[in-house]
Write a protein that binds this ligand. Structure first.
Ligand SMILES: Nc1ncnc2c1ncn2[C@@H]1O[C@H](COP(=O)(O)OP(=O)(O)O)[C@@H](O)[C@H]1O
Length: 176
């Protein structure tokens, strides 16, 4: 099973999936394997085309990444995760005001934090994910009032088939 965990930067993808990493999933010793895609992109020059100095980020080469991850299995975590083949897509959400605070606390420039908060309010990643995968494969999780372990529990429920698909359950347009 391929579960893409996507969402605007700062929604808590890395924090939640780190809690699932290595966790036993069956009695045979199988564990959740997690690909932290942004770390992979940073560690391999073949997976990006240029450095965006204004944003302090790398421009990812989606085709090269698709080749590299190949027939992946487990959890793929990144704000780009919904650009790859997957069986289920989890979209983490966070109230834009809080998202902006989280990103500034993480050390992002204020302009970047603001840009991401606006993108979150506009449902940019959710819309991209719905367009590619259809609403029936999307699982939206609001992390606004959830600790990372509760978010990890919700992702586990998606993997285990204990959660119904959902999209469009939050409305952050008040931020705009
Ligand atoms: N559920 C949460 N509640 C509060 N703060 C969180 C939560 N998840 C993550 N954070 C904090 O927000 C920041 C961004 O989290 P991170 O997991 O790196 O997000 P992402 O991988 O989506 O960019 C980090 O500083 C992290 O400690």
């Amino acid at each position: 099973m391929r579960v893409a965990v996507t969402g605007t930067p700062g929604t808590g993808k890395t924090s939640a999936t780190r809690l699932l990493e290595g966790e036993d999933v069956d009695e045979d010793g199988g564990t959740h394997s997690v690909i932290h895609l942004n770390e992979l992109i940073e560690s391999d020059e073949g997976l990006w085309t240029e450095r965006d100095d204004d944003r302090g980020s790398l421009v990812a080469d989606l085709e090269a990444i698709a080749d590299r991850i190949g027939d992946w299995d487990g959890i793929l975590e990144s704000h780009l995760a919904h650009h790859f083949e997957a069986d289920r897509v989890v979209v983490l959400r966070c109230a834009p005001e809080l998202l902006e605070d989280r990103l500034i606390e993480r050390g992002e420039p204020p302009a970047t934090a603001r840009e991401n908060a606006e993108s979150e309010a506009l449902d940019v990643i959710l819309s991209e994910a719905v367009e590619r995968f259809g609403r029936e494969n999307i699982y939206e999780i609001d992390t606004t009032d959830a600790e990372p372990d509760a978010v990890a529990d919700a992702i586990r429920a998606v993997i285990d088939g204990d959660r119904e698909p959902s999209a469009g359950t939050v409305d952050f347009t008040g931020y705009l």
